[in-house]
Design a protein around this ligand. Sequence first.
Ligand SMILES: C[C@](O)(CO)[C@H](O)COP(=O)(O)OP(=O)(O)OC[C@H]1O[C@@H](n2ccc(N)nc2=O)[C@H](O)[C@@H]1O
Ligand SMILES: Nc1ncnc2c1ncn2[C@@H]1O[C@H](COP(=O)(O)OP(=O)(O)OP(=O)(O)O)[C@@H](O)[C@H]1O
Length: 276
Amino acid sequence: MAAEAFAPAKINLALHVTGKRSDGYHLIDSLVVFAAVGDKVTAEPSRDGNWHLAINGPFALGLNPDPSNLVIKAGKLSGDPPALFTLTKRLPIAAGIGGGSSDAAAALRALSDMDGRPIPQDVVSLGADVPVCLRAEPARMRGIGEDLSPVPPMPKVYLVLVNATRHMSTRAVFQTLETADNDPMPDPVPWDDAAALADWLKTTRNDLEPPARRLDGTVARTIDRIEDTEGCLFARMSGSGATCFGLYASEDNARRAAKAIRGFEPEWWVTTTTPL
Ligand SMILES: C[C@](O)(CO)[C@H](O)COP(=O)(O)OP(=O)(O)OC[C@H]1O[C@@H](n2ccc(N)nc2=O)[C@H](O)[C@@H]1O
Ligand SMILES: Nc1ncnc2c1ncn2[C@@H]1O[C@H](COP(=O)(O)OP(=O)(O)OP(=O)(O)O)[C@@H](O)[C@H]1O
């Protein structure tokens, strides 16, 4: 029997880099939320005893359906029997919104729904973002991504996600970071409304934004475009970029902002969404 799982976009509302391990991985302290926009992964039993992947959707052409795909890697980690996956790729690739990690987590969920197999241990070996993507709910993420703790509920907010559809290498951004030993994120506090969340975010950082800005000038342009829109309470880059988000209190303002940005930059990926 086939099973389907949603792979929501992951957004780092704040991301502090607090250290570096001897293996080169960085310690982070991040407020992560998930959005109602995302990919879809379907799993069904394989007929020939091999793992298979078919990819469709608006960003399908950017990916190869081969063993390097995180969906297949997740399947193999979960063990036999193999499955046939179908991935609907709606999120831009290498964009700082965890597309690959969220797909891997969705693949594990779909397999578990398909035949009851357990979610494997050590999912962080698939990618530092996979543990948080498996939970797919607001969280504070520490360590290299494996240490998760709950955060106060999100207030009603509207997000506009903007990507200039330029691939950004997570590894290159971490390598361009000048200082790894930075202050941790302040403790999250209950946020009454969108304005309170925006005010709190102003006391935080994304330490990967300065190196990403140095690597790709479209990050600054993306933030400028978002900040210029009416009603934008806060704008920042997510993860290692280059997707940036704008935060709005009203759905109307978010929709108008998205329309305005699309008008200026018709080639960019622009979407309005809400945190899950
Ligand atoms: C930037 C974030 O997306 C924030 O949520 C994550 O920290 C990165 O998660 P990810 O894309 O799943 O990362 P991985 O695929 O595990 O690692 C890609 C590369 O990023 C660097 N990397 C990643 C995570 C981390 N905590 N420290 C690192 O230095 C490493 O050079 C690694 O080779
Ligand atoms: N199913 C997948 N979807 C997207 N990328 C994949 C997938 N499988 C493998 N990859 C590879 O993983 C790399 C990172 O892609 P992804 O879209 O996950 O980046 P990202 O959004 O920057 O991730 P993060 O926010 O976790 O840093 C790309 O180079 C891509 O080729």
